[in-house]
Design a protein around this ligand. Structure first.
Ligand SMILES: Cc1cc2nc3c(=O)[nH]c(=O)nc-3n(C[C@H](O)[C@H](O)[C@H](O)COP(=O)(O)O)c2cc1C
Length: 203
């Protein structure tokens, strides 16, 4: 049967929500589950097969090093940061059982594939990984912050030139129920383009 003839229940997709790092704990996804999550990222639409993004898995000792990089970045961006703020930086690296860095690496080899499209591809990969984590029963969140623009953090992840360190995906078991964020409604978001031009759905 062609894939397009298959219908899947997608109601679970509509309930995805992010889980703050402080609500994540052990156990981590198994290696096989993590491979599934990462493989979901590889299904992102990719105009021109540019492979315009990178994913880096941080190991336990890598996360310990990252904690110190985050603290140093915080010290640079906010010299008067408090100990509590430094502790939160460490926590962002150390608490999530799985931590992935996601970079967009726009390329110029095919002028018809714009930088915006390539960043969109990286975003699609991130959302696919979030959905896969959620589908497997884990909590996840993407966090960026000023640390992603810090030269030493960028250097640590091999970000060059116009590369964007888009953020870090934290994944783990939900140990405390996330607070649901308000979603826009379709009436707020959806516009219709018809023969008369643009309109909202209700008029
Ligand atoms: C690339 C990217 C970076 C983000 N960085 C942050 C961040 O640094 N801090 C933050 O509070 N939320 C950040 N978010 C938003 C959260 O990941 C999350 O979407 C938000 O808390 C809303 O929760 P929801 O996904 O359940 O709607 C980022 C989202 C994206 C796509």
């Amino acid at each position: 049967m062609p894939a397009s003839d298959q219908k899947h229940d997608i109601s679970w997709l509509l309930t995805r929500r992010s889980a703050a790092v402080k609500r994540l704990g052990a156990p981590a996804p198994t290696e096989a589950e993590l491979d599934q999550i990462l493989s979901a990222g590889l299904t992102a639409p990719d105009h021109g097969a540019m492979r315009p993004w990178r994913v880096v898995q941080c190991t336990d000792d890598g996360r310990a090093r990252l904690a110190e990089l985050f603290v140093a970045a915080k010290r640079r961006s906010k010299p008067d940061a408090t100990e509590a703020e430094f502790a939160r930086e460490r926590d962002k690296a150390l608490r999530p059982p799985v931590l992935l860095a996601i970079l967009a690496k726009p390329k110029t080899s095919k002028p018809e594939v714009t930088e915006a499209e390539q960043i969109a591809c990286a975003g699609a990969a991130m959302q696919s990984m979030l959905l896969a984590a959620y589908g497997l029963g884990y909590g996840a969140i993407i966090l960026s912050g000023s640390r992603c623009a810090d030269p030493e953090v960028r250097r640590a992840f091999g970000a060059e030139g116009t590369d964007h360190l888009l953020g870090f995906i934290s994944i783990g078991t939900i140990v405390e129920t996330p607070i649901p964020s308000r979603r826009p409604t379709l009436d707020e978001m959806l516009e219709i383009f018809d023969a008369q031009g643009l309109r909202t759905r209700n008029n």
